[in-house]
Design a protein around this ligand. Structure first.
Ligand code: FAD
Length: 495
């Protein structure tokens, strides 16, 4: 007899709702807790999961296994090729272990919800209770509605309600207890489950040795590391976050997104800890306060998940605004490759695209610029960019990525009109004024002085740029802007 916790995107022991409740249940019944992780290569393929993200996950799994073993809790791991087989296999394992209770934290994407609905049904038929809990969001989806009871599709009013909800429900930020030591007989009884190896990386998700070394150096794993990162950010940088957050050079943001995606850290923990540091218990809409501004950004993650739950069709390659489906897109492979490789001739765009290649991460401001450039300057179907980001980001998260692309291509929830088109040159001058970010990522331009860094060919640095093989702009800003406006107008008109 045992209670089971199924790990998914919640790779931590601390402040983990389902794990904590499963552990309590086990303790109250005097049963051991068994943990399980199921690796599904088919899901990686279906969701374009980046190899670097798979690697991060597996490295975290190792830490989780080690930390659980210290508590005599086994972590059973298995690769299941066909995801359809997951429910039956889970039930078989529960029968083998005599487990009548399974807990997990909810994943909100359509495939995952369908899988869980099947498991709830099939478990019930087998006499097993399967409880899926809300842990991935701070405020549960569906709780913040318009007066008419619908999902709020605009962030600002939604955020004010989010703050009020937390004020009215202080338990929202409660910390869930870590599991306690398993009963002493557990180790003997489930001996074989303690020595299960970490599942091998699927063939199509392998990193090269060079990539492994680079990414392991850049992104250490584990919940202790995530907490240390959070605490350092709170101590050193959060105070000025509201003024510096848009500057891609330097370390002005938390770089905690890989941990929030893998679940090595809970978003709830981020909000609670950052409030605690300023002796507050409730977030407010104060944009001039670094901590509150940061919490507001963490809330964007909740926002996009709420949107996903309310309008699940966005999981099906359809824009939130369906009338934007009629826009005529380009499928120019050469330009798409130039964008991916950071060779568009727009230094700020190229710097950002090279940052993602090197780090599997990109600063938010330039995520917006590169996404807008692909969709609006190159008129390339934004879904190709959305997919490329998923395939390459260590923090790739469907809801946030889709939300970000929707925002930039103007077909998402945000009320920004499509005719607001980022000018990459002005963005570059404003947010990378000294050119530090560009010089870091585009070595061909590192000797370019002054303002020429933003647009070398038209500002007298063409000789250096061309000598070093830096390309000329692949499109003209003014012409691209006009083409974009005409295409969007015509597309929406056809709806
Ligand atoms: P900080 O500024 O320190 O913010 C803290 C946390 O708040 C982040 O880790 C993140 O979890 C959340 N957050 C901040 N901004 C946003 C936002 N705009 N939307 C949603 N959550 C936010 N974020 C992802 O986690 N995964 C993605 O796949 C992803 N794709 C994006 C694609 C595009 C086109 C755009 C414009 C944004 C995308 N974002 C994505 C949001 C944002 O860029 C990153 O969360 C952020 O850059 C991560 O860096 P950080 O941890 O230093 O952020």
């Amino acid at each position: 007899d045992a209670v089971v916790h199924w790990f998914r995107m919640d790779m931590r022991l601390g402040d983990n709702k389902a794990l904590s409740i499963a552990a309590e249940k086990a303790k109250s019944k005097g049963m051991p807790l068994i943990c399980i992780y199921i690796l599904s290569p088919q899901d990686f393929r279906a969701h374009f999961t980046a190899p670097v993200r798979v690697d991060f996950l597996l490295r975290n799994l190792e830490v989780v296994q080690r930390d659980l073993a210290k508590l005599d809790i086994p972590l059973y791991m298995e690769t299941i090729e066909k995801r359809k087989r997951i429910p039956a296999r889970l039930i078989d394992l529960c029968k083998e272990w005599g487990a009548k209770h399974v807990y997990a934290n909810m994943e909100y994407e359509v495939d995952e919800l369908r899988r869980d609905a099947t498991i709830v049904r099939e478990c019930a038929a087998a006499g097993i209770a399967f409880d899926v809990l809300h842990d991935g969001c701070i405020v549960e989806p569906g709780m913040l509605t318009t007066n008419a009871g619908g999902q709020i599709s605009v962030y600002s009013p939604w955020y004010r309600k989010w703050c009020k909800y937390i004020a009215d429900h202080p338990d929202t930020l409660k910390e869930y207890l870590r599991p306690e030591q398993n009963p002493p007989e557990a180790r003997q009884k489930y001996k074989a489950l303690f020595d299960v190896p970490i599942p091998p990386v699927p063939e199509d998700r392998q990193l090269t040795d060079e990539e492994k070394e680079r990414f392991h150096g850049l992104w250490p794993v584990g919940e202790d590391e995530a907490m240390a990162r959070l605490n350092k950010f709170i101590k050193e940088r959060i105070k000025v976050y509201h003024t510096n957050r848009n500057l891609p050079a330097g370390n002005h943001t938390s770089a905690i997104s890989p941990h929030l995606t893998a679940g090595t850290l809970a978003a709830r923990t981020c909000v609670r800890e950052s409030l605690k540091a300023i002796n507050k218990t409730v977030p407010t809409d104060d944009r001039e306060n670094g901590s509150m501004k940061w919490i507001g950004e963490v809330a964007w993650r909740d926002f996009y998940r709420h949107v996903l739950c309310a309008w699940p069709y966005i999981c099906m390659n359809v824009p939130f605004k369906p009338e934007y489906n009629n826009i005529e897109w380009e499928y120019n492979e050469e330009q798409f490759t130039a964008w991916k490789e950071g060779k568009t001739g727009y230094p700020i765009i190229d710097a950002a695209m090279r940052q993602v290649k090197h780090m599997a991460y990109m600063h938010n401001r330039v995520r917006m610029n590169t996404a807008s450039f692909l969709a609006k300057h190159l008129m390339i179907d934004w879904r190709m960019g959305e997919r490329y980001f998923m395939e390459n980001l260590i923090d790739g998260d469907f809801a946030s990525n889709n939300g970000g692309w929707g925002f930039c291509a103007s077909c998402g929830v945000d009320p920004q009109p499509y005719f607001r088109i980022f000018n990459p040159l002005l963005q570059s001058e404003k947010f990378d004024e000294s050119g530090e970010y560009i010089r870091k990522w585009v070595p061909e331009l590192k000797d370019v002085k002054g303002k020429a860094i933003h647009d070398p060919y038209s500002r007298g640095a063409g000789a250096i740029a061309s000598k070093n093989g830096y390309p000329k702009p692949i499109v003209n800003h003014k012409e691209s802007r006009e083409r974009c406006l005409a295409r969007y107008k015509a597309g929406i008109g056809r709806a």
